[in-house]
Write a protein that binds this ligand. Structure first.
Ligand code: AMP
Ligand code: MG
Length: 494
């Protein structure tokens, strides 16, 4: 069933990982399988058998050609540096080459305690596995770079958190699991050779154009500076997309910051409903470090930590290296601002770039903030408000005056786009989703699944697969939580 494995990461020097065979589980049962993704990855599905698949995705049998390893990494967790984290419960089986010729990691998350477990159990409860499944696939459908969910199994074991919960394993697919924390692991050990190896591996895998370009003949340091720039560019684009959807990652530690620029590690993440830039969900984020509005600046902070690890490669002269890396980190601000404005212009149906666009966006956000208007609905309902005031939009704003004034301004700006209202409306619907993984819906799907009813999970999966298309009969999924449904805190649950 599995495509052929490549073992790029497992062939890196031994200090990059610990070989680790997943620990078998008593009763593997396949509860979710992502057929389109499996096809994209080149799986042979002609003789697909759920029972057999469960055994693979539980890690009870290691597929031929795979050499499972737990990856080493460090990381800043809430600003505090931990020199040794690593995959405490995840194993990388290897990489496969997808239909587009790209290498993709296949990882089992929840596969047992590894040498990096630091006393924890190496397992994952069903709730967090389903949450990651739903939200990562939802993000993909929304057009956001992200790790993917290929399969989920239950294990037949209970895992103990505050209460016993069903155990599960997620099969995660990623462009790679290289993180800022992977570089930090070696930097903390003063292992410059490893950083170089890792940087070359990252370039080859994610930014091969840096090898082909004119940089090839230039001083070596240029290449590593270009790596930093390339990662910063992807991270700026990623942060902008999160902000444009009201997505809050929740644990933007450097070990969850992907070099490939994918959204990585869905823990206590959530989508904001009533707009408030200070929103925090995570129960462990007491200081609000990872609040919605901080995300772009935390990304920059994480990039600065990445830059530090690359300094010796950028220039032998430390001062010069710092100067050059600092310039890249500083330039991120402009890159992010531009990426954000591009995202927001699209959300307002604007293709042309005009002065005053930023102010127009900010004015809407301010009006939404005052009303605590639902983020997703506010933008989605704009499609009905191109020509005249839309009742659906107005209901989100108890004081209609502010939004009415804004609509007048917006329509004046739309006029300069010089296209038919119907085209603007179509643009708006393509840019602003109707369905997002709303926290209370995700929670309801998890609660039902814990009682062995996977119906709500299946329905939500289907709804989230087509987030921009109206799906008759599924209006409930477009609505924010009623007060009693509201999930105010999300938990890592790991
Ligand atoms: P995360 O919060 O998932 O990003 O994980 C942070 C660190 O804790 C990583 O090194 C994980 O591998 C480790 N970790 C989280 N949960 C567990 C667990 N149940 N068993 C072992 N290690 C874990
Ligand atoms: Mg993590």
């Amino acid at each position: 069933m599995f495509p052929e494995f490549t073992l790029r990461y497992a062939r890196l020097p031994e200090r990059f990982y610990a070989p680790f065979t997943p620990l078998p589980v008593p009763e593997p049962r396949l509860i979710a399988f992502n057929r389109p993704l499996a096809e994209e990855l080149g799986f042979d599905l002609a003789a697909f058998d759920a029972e057999e698949a469960a055994v693979w995705f539980a890690g009870n049998v290691v597929p031929r050609g795979a050499e499972p390893v737990a990856q080493a990494y460090a990381g800043h967790q809430f600003g505090n540096f931990v020199p040794r984290l690593g995959d405490g419960r995840a194993v990388l089986l290897g990489e496969v080459t997808d239909r587009h010729g790209r290498l993709r990691d296949i990882q089992l998350k929840g596969a047992g305690a590894t040498p990096f477990s630091r006393g924890a159990d190496g397992r994952a409860p069903l709730g967090p596995v389903l949450r990651e499944y739903l939200v990562s696939e939802g993000m993909h459908a929304l057009g956001v770079p992200t790790t993917r969910a290929l399969a989920a199994v239950t294990t037949g074991e209970r895992v103990f958190r505050t209460l016993p919960e069903p155990g599960a394993i997620l099969t995660r697919v990623a462009a790679s699991h290289l993180r800022v924390g992977t570089f930090q692991y070696f930097a903390a050990r003063g292992d410059e050779e490893a950083i170089r190896t890792l940087a070359d591996h990252a370039i080859e895998r994610h930014f091969p154009h840096l090898l082909e370009s004119e940089l090839a003949g230039r001083e070596e340091g240029e290449r590593y500076l270009a790596l930093l720039e390339a990662v910063a560019e992807r991270q700026a684009a990623l942060a902008a997309q999160w902000m444009g959807l009201g997505f809050i990652h929740g644990v933007m530690n450097t070990d969850n910051c992907s070099i490939a620029g994918e959204t990585l590690d869905y823990g206590p993440c959530a989508f904001m409903e009533g707009y408030d830039p200070q929103t925090v969900f995570s129960s462990i984020d007491e200081g609000g470090r990872y609040a919605y509005r901080n995300q772009p600046w935390i990304t920059q902070w994480n990039l600065a930590r990445f830059a530090e690890t690359l300094l010796p490669l950028i220039d032998r002269d430390q001062e010069r290296a710092i100067e050059r890396a600092t310039a890249v980190i500083k330039a991120y601000e402009g890159q992010y601002e531009a990426a954000w404005l591009a995202v927001m212009r699209r959300k307002l149906g604007l293709v042309r770039e005009e002065e005053g666009d930023r102010e127009l966006v900010e004015a809407l956000l301010e009006t939404m903030h005052t009303a605590r208007a639902d983020f997703t609905q506010s933008f989605r309902y704009l499609a009905q408000a191109v020509g005249e005031d839309a009742p659906a939009l107005l209901t989100l704003f108890p004081d209609e005056e502010g939004i009415r004034e804004w609509l007048v301004r917006w329509r004046r700006r739309l006029a300069s786009e010089d296209v038919a209202a119907s085209e603007i409306a179509a643009r708006l619907e393509a840019a602003n989703p109707l369905y997002i993984p709303r926290n209370h819906q995700v929670q309801a799907a998890i609660t039902a699944a814990e009682e062995d009813d996977f119906g709500p999970f299946e329905t939500l999966r289907e709804v989230l697969a087509a987030p921009f298309t109206e799906q008759p009969g599924r209006e409930a999924y477009t609505r924010p939580a009623a007060p009693k449904e509201r999930v105010l805190r999300t938990f890592c649950g790991t």
